[in-house]
Design a protein around this ligand. Structure first.
Ligand code: GLC
Length: 483
């Protein structure tokens, strides 16, 4: 009897989630083109009545799994039209190749049109670097789900992919294979000390390069394809090596010398030992666990754990098999810190006191253990689920869903939760946040059928590309090991 009640409850929750997801669908000229960020009538909409590219990914994936491919196709076609195709002379305008952060349907004299926002209307005016990367990943997911690559082969789509690759692979000042970006250019879209080379964007960049490589037609794209083939192995090796933190690596960094010059330097980024919270990490790192650091740059190693980057590194096969196991092991061992009462914290730990004030600029929304500053974001459940399945620990996904589902339903699908254990509904969280709803439904489907992983995951890089990882990088791995 008790089991029947449980089943009924689960069904009720799922049904309620589906109903809310349907309600969030955005129509343009009578066709479904996306989902609004939140459908919460109790508060002012601000820009939550728009369709955000990154938010739509979870909705799109669940629609694809359910055979509702039309909405995803419409979305891909319409957002592609919003991508600037000409070189921009006005430096205040979005550059060629960018995909907007969000768009909305506007009516003028009975005519509907789409208005894009490239960050101009967002609070911190930051360009959304992740949008174009998510867009490529979604296009590939559409191709995988429909088993029909013809959409990607259409000339407009080939141009769209090419322009995104051009903006990502453009000549630039820095000499790393990673992407240099401003603060707040991704899911964390306000100041949080993630300028430079934040993990989230590097992982999405890697996955987008892989997806673009699969979908670009050789003819006419030889130069871009060659640039991708050159970049991929370097990017992969760079992240696997320089972002990795486990107890062995921490030991190595702990004994780093600084101010080394020339080619024999071991401390390649000139990390000053005192900038690393050794004693916390010494306690926190499990024996068999590890993770990819939040950011690596000149004298900078951000040791915060960022969930999206680490989970997507597993899913996209950027992390090695061993690293993937170590990351998921760390999540399991540090469950109370990272998951607690609501899966899963966007990052850990929070920036507190003076650090919070300096790094966030005293942002009242990002106070410690709130919002982007170590708040819990239920949308990430689908990535936690996918990563758990990929590393053969599906029971972690089941556990996460058990913790989340009744609460999410009773709390009306909040955007985020606050607190060290994630027990407080986010101070300024919207209710009926679409990616919370879709992320939950997606996690449920992934648990039921692990083959759905193919929509978002990749296999190991082809060996001929790996062998291109330059000797410089490999030489440094050896030097780390021999210290
Ligand atoms: C907030 C989030 C951002 C999200 C948007 C819409 O600005 O930081 O990641 O895309 O809300 O939900």
């Amino acid at each position: 009897m008790q089991r029947i009640n449980e089943l009924l409850t689960e069904e009720t929750i799922e049904a309620s989630a589906w109903k809310a997801l349907e309600k969030s669908i955005l129509y343009y000229k009578g066709r479904p083109v996306g989902t609004v960020a939140a459908y919460d009538v109790s508060v002012e909409a601000l820009n939550y009545d728009q369709c955000f590219i990154r938010d739509f990914v979870s909705s799109a994936l669940i629609f694809l799994l359910k055979g509702r491919t039309d909405i995803v196709r419409n979305f891909l076609e319409e957002t592609l039209k919003l991508q600037p195709k000409e070189r921009q002379l006005d430096a205040y305008k979005p550059s060629r190749g960018l995909i907007p952060a969000s768009f909305k349907v506007v009516s003028d004299n009975g005519e509907e049109y789409l208005e894009a926002d490239f960050g101009e209307h967002a609070i911190a005016r930051v360009t959304p670097v992740d949008s174009c990367l998510w867009w490529i990943l979604l296009l590939r997911a559409y191709v995988v789900a429909t088993k029909d690559i013809s959409i990607a082969y259409q000339p407009e789509f080939q141009t769209g992919i090419r322009l995104i690759m051009e903006i990502c692979l453009a000549n630039r000042f820095d000499m790393y294979p990673t992407l240099l970006v401003p603060d707040g250019a991704c899911m964390i879209d306000r100041r949080l000390g993630i300028y430079g080379h934040p993990l989230e964007l590097q992982v999405l960049f890697y996955a987008a390069l892989r997806a673009a490589r699969e979908m670009l037609i050789c003819q006419g794209n030889q130069d871009v394809i060659e640039a991708i083939d050159n970049r991929l192995p370097l990017l992969c090796a760079h992240i696997r090596q320089h972002y990795w933190i486990d107890i062995n690596r921490l030991n190595a960094i702990y004994r780093f010398r600084s101010e080394e010059y020339g080619k024999t330097a071991v401390n390649l980024f000139n990390i000053y030992v005192d900038s690393i919270p050794y004693y916390e990490l010494d306690k926190w790192l499990p024996k068999k666990g590890g993770y990819l650091a939040g950011n690596v740059g000149p004298s900078q190693l951000d040791t915060r754990f960022f969930s999206l980057g680490n989970l997507m590194a597993i899913i996209s096969d950027l992390a090695t098999e061993e690293q993937a196991q170590a990351i998921i092991n760390l999540i399991e061992e540090r469950w109370e810190d990272l998951v607690g009462d609501m899966p899963i914290k966007i990052c850990y730990p929070a920036l507190e006191s003076e650090e919070y004030r300096i790094v966030t600029g005293c942002d009242p929304k990002n106070i410690p253990w709130s919002y982007h500053n170590a708040g819990s974001w239920p949308v990430l459940i689908w990535m936690l689920t996918a990563a758990s399945i990929k590393t053969n620990k599906p029971y972690l996904a089941t556990k996460a869903l058990e913790i989340a589902q009744t609460r999410l339903f009773e709390d009306e699908w909040p955007e985020y939760y606050d607190g060290k254990k994630g027990r407080l509904i986010g101070k300024q969280a919207r209710k009926y946040q679409t990616w919370t709803i879709a992320g939950f439904l997606l996690a449920k489907e992934l648990i039921k059928n692990r083959s759905y992983l193919s929509l978002v995951s990749f296999d190991e890089l082809p060996p001929e590309l790996i062998s291109r990882a330059c000797e410089f990088e490999i030489g440094n791995v050896d030097r780390y090991m021999s210290r």
